[in-house]
Design a protein. Structure first.
Length: 572
């Protein structure tokens, strides 16, 4: 708008000529280009595009034409508190940059000093008198990008307390031959930021850290109690250095940015070892990093601590004592299946038995148990490892996951030849494991002969004890509970507090569904009965569904009914 007004008076060219920025010949060439090709571009834009002058020179001339100051803005001349006066969306949409506020006068950098409507709107929103300075939109955008990613000012030294990181130690091999990118990544702010993210994630009991670049934004999210929440948004320009720092720590190739990479980091936090599993994946706007946090102190190696009801715990302990057969744990990713298997192995571990595991990867080292990690790149897959493992004279075998037909068939054969096999599957409920094995090509008579039990589970967030309160849920939810359980309940939920980050939840507990086939169900498996019939028969024989198990924990005031309905939508 400003250039149009100036050019109508033929002032811009005259100002540039008077300043010696351009020549009359250059102006004539730009006007000829504009006329010949029917450009809708303004004269100033064409002069910049043709290389006759810079955006800063144009902005300076415009400022002189309208009697306002010109400033080449940057992060160092901004008062961070002034930026927070105007909404983020407004700053980005209209490309304005608050510089500082003195008493009730707000000084703002704009690229269109003639836009009186914009100036009036700034005065209305801020409640201040507005003093404008003229700057280029490029400089304003670059400065905004430094401050806006977190929706407020991001100052690394303000969020990181070196004293708080004194108990954080990285166990790493320092590479001597470093490239320029490595040098950037090794600078203090980046190192401090990455260490802070890792240290704070462990303190907040996060299971994963997500570092996600967008077109103009970089955000860091933590997964706590199964839910993701945004922790911070560092400056977008730091993305490459942050990723490179993590790659150096995980001993990955920092020059490789087009292929996925996986690695590991070992750190000590407050004296205890923490394993970090790093996954780097190229995306549209750069590499996304996900760091899985494996805190050995958080693993519950006791079946009593996993949320079993008395009857389910008694029955599960009974089935894992069988000398041979298959016990499966099912559920979606992140439902605690491996933790349950580890707890079972710890209970079974003794000097009299040889326990071997095949995992991808080994999540936790257990003393006295032989653990092997598959390496698909080298051809050491689950089926290959399991076949070789049978020659290691095992009594109990744990297979991380049954993914394919060869692994399923070898696991069944191992169970039929005198071994107890523990493994996991991805199914929605416990009886679904039977149809999954049949789909993988295992013969029905082999499934019925080898399967001892299937445990389905989900992890459900527990109510925060600090802000737990009784409440009255909607009638629709009460009706579901009454139809399911037939008893009146007291309902509780967390209202949110500082200790639970205002979520109302703190920690998680498992809900279970234990399916133990009897002779009648085995016959149904042989006859390939439908999943619906198998489930109905299991419920008839006393199997407690995931939802009913959850409602028992609602009665005890441990979890909320909304969490049960969110995670355990199964047939009763």
């Amino acid at each position: 708008m400003s250039q149009i007004a100036v050019e109508n008076k033929m002032q811009l060219g005259q100002l540039l000529l008077a300043r010696g920025v351009v020549t009359a010949e250059q102006i004539e060439k730009a006007l000829a280009e504009q006329k010949e090709k029917g450009h809708r571009k303004l004269l100033g834009e064409l002069l910049v595009e043709m290389g006759y002058c810079t955006e800063n020179q144009i902005a300076s001339a415009l400022a002189e034409a309208y009697g306002v100051p010109y400033a080449q803005v940057g992060p160092k001349i901004c008062d961070t508190k002034a930026i927070e006066i105007l909404p983020r969306e407004f700053l980005e949409e209209y490309i304005v940059l608050p510089l500082f506020k003195v008493h009730d006068v707000l000084t703002v950098a704009v690229s269109e000093p003639t836009n009186v409507f914009l100036i009036d709107e700034i005065e209305r929103i801020s409640g201040c008198k507005v003093q404008i300075v003229c700057s280029t939109s490029k400089d304003i955008k670059a400065t905004l990008q430094t401050y806006l990613p977190a929706a407020n000012v991001f100052v690394i030294d303000d969020i990181i307390d070196d004293e708080g990181l004194k108990d954080f130690t990285l166990i790493e091999n320092i590479t001597q031959d470093i490239s320029d990118l490595e040098e950037v990544a090794g600078q203090s702010p980046v190192v401090k930021l990455v260490n802070y993210l890792l240290y704070n994630a462990v303190r907040e009991n996060a299971s994963d850290i997500h570092i996600e670049p967008d077109d103009k934004k970089l955000r860091v999210r933590y997964r706590v109690d199964g839910m993701l929440y945004e922790k911070m948004c560092p400056p977008h320009q730091m993305h490459s250095a942050i990723v490179s720092r993590i790659k150096i720590m995980a001993e990955l190739d920092i020059a490789q940015r087009r292929l996925p990479q996986d690695g590991g980091i070992h750190v000590l936090v407050e004296g205890r070892p923490i394993d970090l599993r790093v996954s780097v994946m190229p995306g549209n706007f750069g590499e996304k990093v996900v760091i899985r946090i494996i805190d050995m102190q958080k693993f519950f190696f006791s079946l009593e601590s996993l949320g079993f009801t008395y009857e389910n715990l008694r029955l599960f302990r009974e089935v894992i004592q069988y000398p041979n057969g298959i016990v499966l744990v099912t559920g979606p990713t992140g439902s605690g299946k491996n933790t349950t298997l580890y707890a079972a192995l710890v209970e079974l571990n003794s000097d009299e038995v040889n326990i071997c595991t095949v995992e991808d990867p080994v999540e936790c080292n257990i003393e006295g148990i032989n653990q092997f990690q598959v390496n698909e790149g080298a051809g050491f897959e689950f089926s290959t490892a399991l076949r070789s493992l049978l020659r290691q004279d095992p009594d109990i075998i744990m297979v991380g996951e049954i993914r394919d037909e060869p692994t399923a068939n070898i696991a069944v054969q191992a169970a039929l030849t005198g071994h107890l096999v523990l493994s996991t599957l991805h199914t929605n409920d416990a009886p679904g494991a039977i149809t999954r094995l049949l789909d993988l090509g295992v013969a029905p008579y082999l499934v019925s002969a080898s399967l001892i039990a299937v445990l389905a589970q989900r992890l459900v967030r527990k109510i925060c004890p600090n802000c737990k309160t009784e409440y009255e849920p909607p009638t629709s939810i009460k009706k579901i509970v009454e139809e399911t359980d037939g008893e009146a309940l007291k309902f509780y939920r967390g209202v949110g507090c500082k200790k639970c980050r205002n979520t109302g939840y703190a920690g998680r507990i498992a809900v279970h569904e234990l399916f133990v086939p009897n002779d009648e169900i085995m016959e149904m498996i042989n006859e390939r009965h439908s999943l619906k019939k198998l489930r109905a028969k299991g419920l008839e024989n006393g199997m407690v569904s995931l939802q009913l198990d959850g409602i028992e924990k609602v009665k005890a005031g441990i979890i909320s009914i909304e969490e049960v309905l969110r995670t355990a939508q199964t047939e009763i």
